[in-house]
Design a protein around this ligand. Structure first.
Ligand SMILES: Nc1ncnc2c1ncn2[C@@H]1O[C@H](COP(=O)(O)OP(=O)(O)OP(=O)(O)O)[C@@H](O)[C@H]1O
Ligand SMILES: [Mg+2]
Length: 366
C-alpha cells in the first residue's frame, strides 16, 4: 500500500501478564455453564503486537516500545530515537492511571506528534463528575447524579431510584457489579459503605437508565465522524443480573456473565434516534477536547432519549473490541482504521520537518 513510510513508534507500558497463563489450564467442563467465548483471552502484549503487525501491513515502519515504567526510555525516544509519530497506547505509569496524561504532556514538550487525545482531555475524562458537569452545562444529556466525598447522603437527595453507585475516577468497569444497582435507601447506604472502603472518593450516585446500551466510536478532527453505534445484548444474562457491563462481564472469562453479554453492530435504531445519538456523541467528543478517536458509552432510556454515561479518549483498539467492531461494520479494516489514526496524528507534524505547509503567524505586530 502506498503510505508515507512514516516511522511509527507503538508506545505502551505493560508490566505484568499475570493471570493469563492460569486460564490455559482451566477445563471448560468444570465451569458449571456453557461458555460462549474462548476462555483463553489474548494477553496485553499480544494485543499490542497485533497493532504493530497491522500497521506494518499498512506500509509504515513500525517499532514497538514497552516503557516498563522507565522514564529514561521515554527520554531516549525523544533525544536519540525520534520516530515521525508515536502511537500512544500508554494507559498508566507506575500503576497510576493519573499519570496516563503525563506521557503525551512529555511528548508535547519535545514536539513529538502522537496519536490520540491531548493531556487535558485524558485528565478531564478520567473525572466523571467533572465531565458530566461540562456536558450538562452544554445541554448534552447525561444521567442526573451526586458526587459524594463521604458515605452519607440526604434522605431527600432528589434522584429517582433505581440508582447506580460507581467510582468517579476509575475505568474498565472497576467497582461495577450486580450490587452497584440499588433500588432503595438501605441498599444505597450499604453500597456506599462498601465503595468508600474499596475506592478513593468521590463516588458517584447516578440515576440508572433502564434501557439499551450503545458504544459509539468517533474518529477524526475536522470534523469528527461517528461510527455506526454498537449495541450490547443483555437478553441472555442469568435471571436477576442487572443489564450492565459489570467488571466480570468485561474481564473475567471464568464468570458466566462474561459469556452472556453479546454485541451487535450496527445497532438497530430508527434514523431519527441514530442521528440524535451521533450528534450527541460528536458534540460531547468536541466539548471534552478529544482528538483522533474516542468511544462514548451511551444508554437509551425507555422513552428513546440518549444519555452519555462517560467518554473514553484513547479507547481499547483491540481487534473485535467495540471501537474496532464498529469500524469494521463501517467498512474499515483493522489495519486501515489504525492507519487513519496515524495519518491524523501525522498532520500535527511540527513545522521543522518541512512537511507542514501552514506558515507560522506573524508575531511581530502582536
Ligand atoms: N447511569 C447508568 N445507567 C445505566 N447503566 C449504567 C449507568 N452508569 C453505568 N452503567 C453501567 O455500568 C457500566 C460501566 O460504567 P462506566 O462506563 O461509567 O464505567 P467505566 O469503568 O468507565 O467503564 P469502561 O469499561 O467503559 O471504561 C456501563 O457500561 C453500564 O453498563
Ligand atoms: Mg464505560
Amino acid at each position: 500500500m502506498a503510505r508515507t513510510r512514516a516511522d511509527v513508534m507503538v508506545l505502551y507500558n505493560a508490566l505484568s501478564e499475570e493471570g493469563y497463563d492460569q486460564l490455559k489450564h482451566v477445563d471448560p467442563a468444570t465451569l458449571g455453564f456453557e461458555p460462549e467465548y474462548d476462555i483463553v483471552v489474548p494477553t496485553v502484549s499480544e494485543e499490542y503486537e497485533a497493532i504493530v503487525q497491522a500497521l506494518s501491513g499498512e506500509g509504515f515502519r513500525v517499532r514497538p516500545l514497552n516503557l516498563l515504567d522507565d522514564v529514561k526510555q521515554l527520554e531516549r525516544v525523544v533525544r536519540r530515537n525520534r520516530p515521525d509519530v508515536v502511537f500512544n497506547l500508554v494507559e498508566s505509569f507506575r500503576d497510576d492511571a493519573e499519570l496516563e496524561s503525563a506521557v503525551p504532556a512529555f511528548l508535547d514538550l519535545y514536539g513529538v506528534p502522537y496519536t490520540g487525545a491531548p493531556p487535558l482531555a485524558l485528565s478531564m475524562c478520567r473525572r466523571k463528575g467533572l465531565t458530566k458537569r461540562i456536558l450538562q452545562s452544554h445541554d448534552v444529556p447525561t444521567p442526573r447524579f451526586l458526587s459524594l466525598w463521604k458515605p452519607k447522603v440526604a434522605v431527600r437527595h432528589g434522584l429517582k431510584y433505581p440508582l447506580i453507585v460507581k467510582p468517579a475516577r476509575e475505568d474498565a468497569s472497576a467497582g461495577v457489579d450486580a450490587a452497584s444497582v440499588v433500588t432503595d435507601r438501605a441498599q444505597l447506604l450499604a453500597r456506599l459503605e462498601h465503595m468508600f472502603t474499596e475506592f478513593q472518593p468521590p463516588i458517584l450516585v447516578e440515576e440508572f437508565i433502564e434501557g439499551r446500551e450503545l458504544h459509539v466510536g468517533v474518529f477524526g478532527n475536522d470534523p469528527p465522524e461517528a461510527l455506526p453505534p454498537l449495541e450490547y445484548d443483555f437478553s441472555e444474562l442469568p435471571e436477576g443480573e442487572p443489564s450492565i457491563i459489570s467488571y466480570a462481564a468485561k474481564w473475567n472469562p471464568l464468570a458466566e456473565v462474561f459469556h452472556r453479554v453479546g454485541t451487535h453492530c450496527p445497532a438497530p435504531l430508527t434514523k431519527r434516534l441514530e442521528k440524535r445519538v451521533r450528534e450527541v456523541c460528536i458534540k460531547a467528543y468536541q466539548l471534552m477536547g478529544c482528538r483522533d478517536y474516542a468511544r462514548l458509552d451511551i444508554r437509551i432510556s425507555r422513552d428513546n432519549h440518549p444519555y452519555v454515561l462517560e467518554i473514553n479518549p484513547n479507547p481499547d483498539l483491540t481487534e473485535g473490541v467495540s471501537f474496532m467492531e464498529s469500524a469494521e461494520a463501517d467498512g474499515h479494516t483493522f489495519g486501515e482504521m489504525l492507519a487513519t489514526i496515524v495519518e491524523l496524528a501525522l498532520e500535527r507534524r511540527p513545522l521543522a520537518s518541512g512537511l507542514n505547509p501552514t506558515p507560522l503567524p506573524d508575531m511581530t505586530s502582536a
